[in-house]
Ligand binder design. Structure first.
Ligand code: ADP
Ligand code: MG
Length: 697
């Protein structure tokens, strides 16, 4: 077996591979494009394509594909062979610069939210040289952006790249005020990906898991997560074999998979790579999720990436660790004396202002059918956005607001009280696991995104909102009365801005009910469902933000809103339909059959032994029959309401109905089926239960 570092990056066209396979002038020009955004001419593209092809063929590739992220959020690829037939019955391999740089997939079957009529099918994909091309299953995959014939973005990558440019441009203006002129600005992201692994055998027996990725029914297991024994517990061999294979494949893609562990819920796990620039981090995360699903099958397992596969058991998120900086510093690093660090104070002020001003958009960016079951549930961050700063930074902010600089917080020593164990400096802040947006030392951790989501959306909002705050600061400073020193003006700006936004700061328990009331008093938004959260996307404030920052045009914003709405409605439709089918065809016949068996038993025993009391059997029968009644009733109510919802022509009205009428009816129907599970004989129960699914070897 190759050693660990040799296994790394073997399936990507990395910088090192480029140096090896490209002529030196091509390599130099390509680097100018990658690092400084200089346009790439066709001659250089031809040379890169040739080098890429040679490398790909030497690694067994037969096809190439533009790999892009349409608005479905997942990735798409169409494979073309490198082969080009000759007249004499032979073939050569060919891959041109044009084929590398530009593709023309038929866009008509990808969601566009009304940006493009079906007959205007043309779409373009354009090579993104800032993310590595890679070989996946003998296909050279080229990360690309995707747009319509008229140049409107039809994907998740294009606006993310635009938002990176926006924050880069405004950061440079702010840094210039501090006399610094970095050549580039980078947004860094590390995503912690949570997921469940369950046996394929039980998965295959559950229509709800197959159709919806989550269980629509299921009584609580005998044992859930109450013993806290799974979190960081020893990893079972089946899962370990999967994780090892996954690590190996990811390392090949130069994805620095670093941390893996068992999560709180039984059968739940987490993987975190080392952070990198946000564009690549999103690509890496999508590729990681795809490999997780694929490789699970090698181990007779299924990887569930849904936000809430099991009721009453922790859901899965994707913590988005976010920071930004230049080649020489992380702007979110407070340094040893944050209270004296004016640049840090300004950056922190801008982030706080951005999160408060655009809290609804941040919430919206994480809204999805699946995440509706997670946000606000007992173990997940609430649907209210707030910021946790920790003691040290809270002190700094208080100091700034009151116009005095805070005193220095010295690091306390931590002593285990055992001589052989070392003592060390304690962190100045404890963690707050309940905060949706927490400062964690030198980055913010946004915990609202769901496990199945493409975090491009969340990062694009973060980048854009922070770019806007930075811009406002730079505008104000550049226009200031020059008799006032920059330091004085900047401190005054921070004081004023922070005092307007302290409502967003919260260090208490984000899961407590009291917080919900307090947040309401503070005027924070609490958008509980996707249907409630999406409309803010098309508000004037949002359209203005994206327009001003050059990230999305108004038609692009509107189309994205439409696509999100449509996706939510379609998923809710699938869930309601699956639920009705399962209740009617899977559960009811079985519960009735079991009731009949009990009834027959009563008659038979009474025939043989007329004095038998049969009280328990009768009570059992009564419960079963009442259950059957409740289920019939629940089916009728859900079916009628669902028919009415489907008939609604307006997509927002339909979403409102799904969120506020259908979802509660689904919960009610689920409860009546789940109530039967513990009383129907195990041999009769038609699907694997939570015990069967979550506890395996
Ligand atoms: P936790 O203790 O929160 O579970 P993990 O180690 O699981 O932390 O994950 C933390 C993630 O944050 C990793 O992906 C890590 O690379 C990333 N990270 C660390 N520093 C930064 C930073 N400055 N900017 C962005 N991401 C970072
Ligand atoms: Mg974390």
């Amino acid at each position: 077996m190759r050693n660990l570092s040799e296994r790394y990056g073997t399936t990507v066209f990395s910088d090192q591979v480029m140096r090896e396979y490209l002529p030196s002038d091509t390599y130099a020009k390509l680097n100018l494009t990658i690092k400084q955004g200089k346009p790439l001419d066709l001659e250089v593209a031809n040379s890169v394509a040739h080098g890429m092809k040679e490398w790909a063929l030497s690694h067994g590739a037969t096809h190439y594909a533009h790999w892009f992220q349409p608005l479905t959020g997942i990735t798409s690829e169409k494979h073309d062979a490198f082969l080009e037939p000759c007249h004499d019955g032979t073939a050569i391999t060919k891959f041109t610069g044009k084929e590398l740089v530009q593709g023309e997939p038929d866009a008509s079957s990808f969601p566009s939210g009304g940006l493009r009529a079906t007959f205007e099918a043309r779409g373009y994909s354009a090579w993104d040289p800032t993310s590595y091309a890679f070989i996946k299953d003998e296909v050279l995959c080229i990360p690309t952006a995707f747009c319509s014939y008229n140049g409107e973005a039809l994907d998740k990558k294009t606006p993310l790249l635009r938002s990176i440019s926006a924050i880069e441009k405004q950061s440079k203006r702010v840094l210039a005020l501090f006399g610094k002129h970095p050549s580039s600005i980078q947004v860094n992201v590390g995503n912690e990906q949570e997921y469940f692994l369950i046996p394929e055998e039980v998965y295959a027996k559950r229509q709800d898991l197959i159709m919806c990725g989550r269980t629509l029914f299921g009584a609580p297991p005998c044992k859930g997560q109450e013993l806290d024994e799974h979190y960081f517990g020893a990893i079972r061999p089946t899962v370990n074999a999967f994780m090892k294979e996954l690590d190996d494949v990811l390392w090949g893609f130069a994805i620095a998979a670093k941390t893996k562990h068992n999560e709180v819920a039984p059968a739940q796990h987490e993987l975190a790579p080392v952070f990198c620039n946000v564009n690549r981090a999103v690509d890496e995360n999508l590729l990681t999720m795809e490999e997780m699903r694929l490789l699970a099958s090698h181990h007779d397992l299924v990887c569930l990436q849904h936000e809430k596969p099991f009721e009453g058991i922790n859901g899965s998120g994707k913590h988005n660790n976010w920071s930004f900086g230049s080649e020489s510093e992380n702007f979110l690093d407070p340094g040893d004396a944050p209270e004296d660090n004016l640049q840090f104070a300004v950056i922190l002020t801008c982030v706080i202002e951005a999160v408060d001003n655009y809290q609804d958009l941040l919430r919206m960016s994480t809204a999805s059918c699946g995440n509706d079951h997670r946000l606000g549930a007992h173990e997940a961050p609430p649907a209210i956005v707030s910021i946790f700063l920790g003691d040290e930074l809270s002190g700094v902010v208080e100091g700034l607001v009151s116009g005095q600089l805070a005193g220095h917080v010295s690091h306390a020593q931590l002593d285990f009280g055992v001589d052989v164990l070392p003592t060390f400096d304690r962190d100045t802040t404890d963690r707050n696991r309940t905060s949706p947006f927490a400062f964690t030392g030198n980055k913010f951790e946004f915990r609202m995104p769901g496990s199945s989501q493409n975090v491009s959306d969340a990062n694009l909002i973060l980048n854009t909102a922070v770019a806007k705050s930075l811009k406002d600061f730079a505008d104000a400073m550049e226009a200031r009365d020059t008799s006032v020193s920059f330091e004085h003006a900047a401190l005054e700006y921070a004081r004023k801005t922070l005092s307007e936004h302290t409502r967003i700061l919260f260090s208490g328990d984000g899961y407590a009910e009291e917080w919900e009331r307090e947040a309401e008093r503070r005027g924070l938004s609490n958008l509980k469902t996707t249907a409630d959260a999406l409309p803010c996307f098309v508000s004037q404030k949002s359209i203005d933000l994206f327009g001003e920052m050059g990230v999305l045009t108004e038609p692009e914003v509107r189309s994205r809103y439409e696509v999100k709405l449509e996706k939510y409605n379609k998923l809710m439709n699938i869930e309601a339909t699956t639920m009705l089918r399962m209740a009617r065809r899977t559960y009811l016949p079985v519960i009735s059959a079991y009731a009949t068996k009990i009834a027959k038993g009563i008659t038979t025993i009474e025939g043989a032994q007329p004095t038998a009391s049969m009280a328990h059997e009768r009570r059992e029968l009564e419960m079963l029959l009442a259950g059957v009644d409740a289920i019939y009733e629940g089916i009728g109510a859900l079916r009628d309401a669902h028919d009415a919802t489907r008939a609604l022509a307006d997509a927002q009205e339909q979403a409102d109905s799904y969120a506020h009428t259908i979802a509660p009816l689904m919960e009610r129907l689920r409860a009546s089926v789940d109530a039967m599970e513990p009383i129907v004989a195990r041999d009769y129960w038609p699907v694997p239960t939570y015990d069967d699914i979550l506890f395996y070897m």
